[in-house]
Design a protein around this ligand. Sequence first.
Ligand SMILES: CNc1nc2c(CCNCC3CCCCC3)c3nc(N)[nH]c(=O)c3cc2[nH]1
Length: 373
Amino acid sequence: MTHFPFEIAAVDGAARTGRIQTPRGDIRTPAFMPVGTAATVKALYPEQVSEAGADIILGNTYHLMLRPGAERVHRLGGLHRFMRWSGPILTDSGGFQVWSLSKLRQMSEEGVTFKSHIDGSAHSLTPERSIEIQADLLGADISMQLDECTAFPSPREEAERSMEMSLRWAKRSKAAFGERETQNLFGIVQGSTFEDLRRRSAEGLMEIGFDGYAIGGLAVGEGFEAMCEVLDFTTPVLPLDRPRYLMGVGKPVDLVESVARGVDMFDCVMPTRSGRHGQAWSDYGPVNLKNARFAEDDTPLNAAIACPASRDYSRAYIHHLVRAGEYLGSMLLSWHNIAYYEDLMARMRTAIAEGEFEAFRRGFLERWHSNEK
Ligand SMILES: CNc1nc2c(CCNCC3CCCCC3)c3nc(N)[nH]c(=O)c3cc2[nH]1
């Protein structure tokens, strides 16, 4: 097993803090991974993403195979060189995006065929092809198995069929990946909201053996309570000494409640996407800077965060930019939101290291549920 060393520095309840050591740098956990869908964390330079505190970013098989093409990225030196990000990159395997973005898709045991949402051209993804794109062509440090994200809600039989196919694809993904010294491969637990299916999926993946375990099939409309319930009965089954990655999550309160349940890694489009829609995140929830109450608010978004977008610009100015539809509005809010998310992760890492995570969590939930904005 050539998994990256995962050093757990402290445990507080089910919460853990530590670091994953990769050839391209350490990942401090719990970690939030900004999403770089089309080889860019939208509206930010890589330097800003790194200075904001991100150790690792996400890339994506689906988008990059369609445009500019995985072979082209490879000819140009791989994804790190192409986008000038020298730290670790995790890529998703593409299955989820086929379901959420493409038209006319066909699923079979072999894989999935689909039409590009960009130009309608025909494409196919198999477990083997997805690994080739992620690990060989893009050069991801961490690749994900090809899986099927089971729709929610699903009847039990459908969830079982879907989970079992993802397990077969997990086996094929691992066989295609083989043993690599400088790259890792994560399996993805499915099983929707059914405890026994989640257990069988986790046990099946551990039997195959992966460098880390993602929890898929969540943040698909099941709601906060159901997501927490699935975490309550899934994370305890997973190995303590391997990273757990909750895919597609989430709002700040989701991150706090999931870290409390033993999750180490997260990704979400929320900070950047909501920044483009005029929203700034805080411990009190989202704040829409378009709101008239900011028109003459000369205070910064959050002076406690050492990011120019959070500390140096007034809300009045950002309000003006958003109202005027100026690019700088989206740029500053995206920058602040990434810095806020990374600051939240840093506060949680410190709280766990000091054995104070419960107190941190209580304080955060009080702020989150207060109506102060
Ligand atoms: C938002 N909710 C959610 N996302 C899920 C995702 C995607 C996670 N984010 C990947 C980025 C998305 C933007 C482009 C770059 C990659 C899921 N992915 C996989 N493979 N399986 C899931 O069950 C799975 C489940 C998910 N649930």
